[in-house]
Design a protein around this ligand. Structure first.
Ligand SMILES: O=P(O)(O)OC[C@H]1O[C@@H](O)[C@H](O)[C@@H](O)[C@@H]1O
Length: 424
């Protein structure tokens, strides 16, 4: 395998190899060492057709072009690629964000599909390579006990939360224009939603799995069609663990006019027999204390609790941990004392960790030419369609931008209110 790095900056081969060595050091292997030794760097402006042709001429065997570029540059580059004669079977891998809205994602798809078949386009979403995200499929469809419960008959609501302790981490150039909704919900969390809510695929092959994911996303829309079943907030100065973070607004490169949120929440409805009436709330934020990363399925009450029983009023939940990889299920039992005074017990199980990182999983599929873990074109468009009404409501200031100190779990005013009940 020959790994070629391409950028407009002049970088020596030695410096490039040092960068690659560092990247491979997380999981050392003989293959990694061989790749590092042969790896090359080419200085080129890949938005020029003749320079792209020079890059392609340096490749060997089956070629994968991996674009870690802003969407506008990716578009420029693809326009140039369309003019060239490409190596047979070439794979194009595109890092998120795929476009900046529905129209640009559509335009990029149309352009790509003119010169490369869909199976050779990898829209990279590393969450699809997380073993805990992939575990959802086995958990739901290889167990008799969970899947029959996954419907509006038994489930009251679903929450998908991916919070992080990290703040902006010098990424203003990208993040300030994206914000938490686009950075995380539009991509990663909607992929998790698709796996959590899809119908059983008949196989885990790319057509069946991505077909099932596409079908459920097509039926997904904001809970309120005007996008106001959503909340947004931004962190102010605070401490996350031992680390002090300045306020987001005071970070270098942040444009105060953009009103970028660092915590976003939106509730969606899925218009199918299985899920009609069940709110799915997606939340993601940065600089959160005690960050949670999990799917929480809250069950309805039993239809009738035998008279004479007393006990906890909270509803039973199944929590599927994305990080840490722990599954927990609440069960009510008679408990230790009075047999008619009910108590909660929680059953927990740890998922086995994967030997590969999320990116490793996705790259392995890319190298073998299997698009199962890549985001299909129609899915990428649907993810933009789903968030569009929320983005538009936020642009019109129809939803206030709240604030929270870094290191807390969000604005205080969010704690006591349930977004869906308030805004239904
Ligand atoms: O959970 P992981 O694998 O660290 O990924 C989270 C990251 O995912 C990236 O796609 C986002 O751009 C980042 O803002 C985020 O921090």
């Amino acid at each position: 395998m020959l790994l070629i790095g391409v950028d407009r900056r002049p970088i020596s081969d030695a410096r490039w190899r040092a960068q690659v060595t560092k990247a491979f050091s997380a999981s050392p292997s003989a293959l990694g060492t061989a790749v590092v030794e042969k790896s090359l760097y080419l200085q080129a402006d890949a938005t020029q057709a003749e320079e792209l042709a020079r890059v392609l001429a340096a490749t060997q065997g089956r070629v994968a072009l991996y674009f870690a570029l802003p969407p506008a540059i990716t578009m420029l580059l693809c326009k140039q690629l369309a003019k060239l004669e490409l190596p047979k079977g070439i794979v194009l891998a595109l890092e998120k964000p795929f476009g900046t809205d529905l129209a640009s994602a559509r335009a990029l798809n149309r352009l790509l599909q003119k010169f490369v078949p869909e199976e050779q386009i990898f829209r990279v979403d590393h969450f699809l390579g997380k073993s805990t995200v992939l575990d959802i499929i086995g958990l739901r469809f290889a167990n008799r006990i969970f899947e029959p419960l996954f419907s509006n008959e038994n489930v009251e609501s679903v929450e998908i939360v991916v919070e992080e302790a990290l703040g902006l981490e010098n990424r203003a150039g990208y993040y300030d224009k994206a914000g938490a909704l686009v950075d995380m919900i539009q991509s990663h969390l909607l992929q998790i939603l698709a796996l959590t809510a899809m119908e059983a695929p008949s196989s885990v092959g790319s057509d069946d799995l991505r077909g099932a994911m596409a079908q459920v996303l097509r039926a997904t829309r904001p809970w309120l069609r005007n996008g106001t079943a959503s909340r947004r907030a931004r962190y102010t100065a605070g401490k996350v663990g031992r680390r002090s973070l300045p306020s987001y607004a005071s970070e270098g490169g942040v444009d105060p006019k953009l009103q970028t949120e660092t915590l976003a929440e939106m509730t969606v409805a899925i218009d199918t027999w299985r899920w009609a009436g069940v709110p799915f709330t997606l939340r993601s934020g940065k600089a959160i204390g005690d960050a949670r990363q999990e799917i929480v399925v809250t069950f309805r009450d039993v239809p009738h609790l035998p008279i004479g029983f007393s006990g906890p009023s909270r509803k039973a939940q199944l929590r599927i941990g994305i990080n840490p990889a722990v599954l927990s299920l609440d069960v009510v039992t008679n408990g230790r004392g009075d047999p008619f005074d009910l108590e909660w017990d929680t059953m927990t199980a740890e998922f086995a960790p994967s030997s590969m990182t999320a990116y490793g999983e996705v790259l392995a599929e890319l190298c073998s030419g299997d698009p199962t873990l890549s985001v299909r074109g129609d899915i990428a468009e649907d993810c933009w369609r789903i968030v569009a009404p929320v983005l538009s409501a936020w642009r019109k200031n129809a939803v206030p931008l709240d604030s929270y100190p870094a290191g807390t779990d969000g604005p205080r005013s969010w704690r006591s209110t349930d977004i869906v009940q308030v805004r239904r």
